[in-house]
Write a new protein. Structure first.
Length: 290
């Protein structure tokens, strides 16, 4: 499958169509990660969406054939008869790479942005917070941050721990989209300290809601586990899966610092790739209508 490429100006001047597919943005900053790119590609394919690869150059001296072909090489290496996603490469020189990525997300109604662990700090851009937070706040779109990428590893299984937080629905959709694109199975995992009738009913409701967010074509398993420590249980379970998709903590940073965070513990201790998701302000990324 081929792709097209051009400048940011050319891309932004294109006319929109009312039935545009979901757009997934993968920005390339000073470096990139193959696993994260493949994750973005599989998510886009899983929802029959459109993948935008934004190759951001921050120094004119870097504009060489070798550097500007990073996005091109990624697309040429991964787009084949097994990947039919509609892909676009945008190459842009800029002194404000994150601000440029936010502009693309805003003006082209991007539903989901995928960041990798090489995303730089926002030095010199006059922005506070990390890249994912700024993208979510300023562009209103959903965000995925990938840590512990596994270079060269295929994805055959995805774990989605659920606790009913505000980002849980997005975790289900992202996990389902990734699984659909990679032809993998998804397990929805819920941990409680007790497994009484009330907890069992709540788990069933969580699982039913998750199932309703995904098309029937996505292979889905569910597991309700009784364990004293949710983070430890998720970390142990993650060892059996290629990827774990989990929602960002919803508590304040001060409370998180004092009491700890399940998401932080899982991200730091899991041996597999971890995708941390956070919901933006717009309608959001979903399978609806696709």
């Amino acid at each position: 499958m081929s792709h097209d490429e051009g400048s940011l100006r050319e891309f932004l001047e294109r006319s929109e169509t009312p039935d545009s597919p979901p757009r997934i943005l993968y920005p390339i900053f000073s470096s990139h990660d193959n696993f994260t790119f493949e994750t973005a590609l599989n998510i886009a394919e899983g929802v029959e969406g459109e993948l935008l690869v934004l190759d951001l150059l921050t120094d004119n001296s870097l504009r060489s054939a070798e550097v500007t072909s990073i996005g091109r090489k990624l697309l040429q290496a991964h787009l084949d008869e097994d990947h039919t996603v509609d892909a676009h490469l945008i190459v842009e020189e800029t002194d404000s790479p994150l601000s440029t990525a936010i502009t693309v997300a805003q003006q082209r109604h991007v539903q989901l942005v995928v960041f990798d662990e090489h995303t730089p700090e926002l030095l010199g851009e006059g922005l506070r917070g990390d890249a994912a937070d700024q993208m979510r706040k300023k562009a209103g779109c959903d965000v995925v941050s990938v840590t512990h990428p596994r270079s060269g590893a295929s994805i055959s299984s995805v774990l989605v721990p659920l606790a009913g937080g505000e980002h849980s629905g997005l975790a289900v959709v992202v996990g389902g989209a990734l699984a659909a694109g990679a032809n993998a199975v998804v397990e929805i995992f819920h941990v409680t300290q007790d497994k009484d009738e009330t907890e069992a009913a709540q788990a069933t409701e969580l699982f039913d809601t998750a199932r309703a967010r995904l098309p029937e074509s996505v292979e889905l398993d569910t597991h309700h586990l009784e364990a004293p420590d949710a983070a430890e249980a998720i970390i142990d379970e993650s060892a059996h899966y290629d990827v774990t998709v989990i929602g960002k903590p919803t508590q304040s940073r001060l409370i998180e610092f004092i009491t700890g965070s399940v998401t932080k513990s899982v991200t730091e201790a899991s041996e597999n790739a971890v995708l941390t998701v956070q919901r933006g302000d717009d309608d959001g990324f979903s399978f609806e209508g696709h």
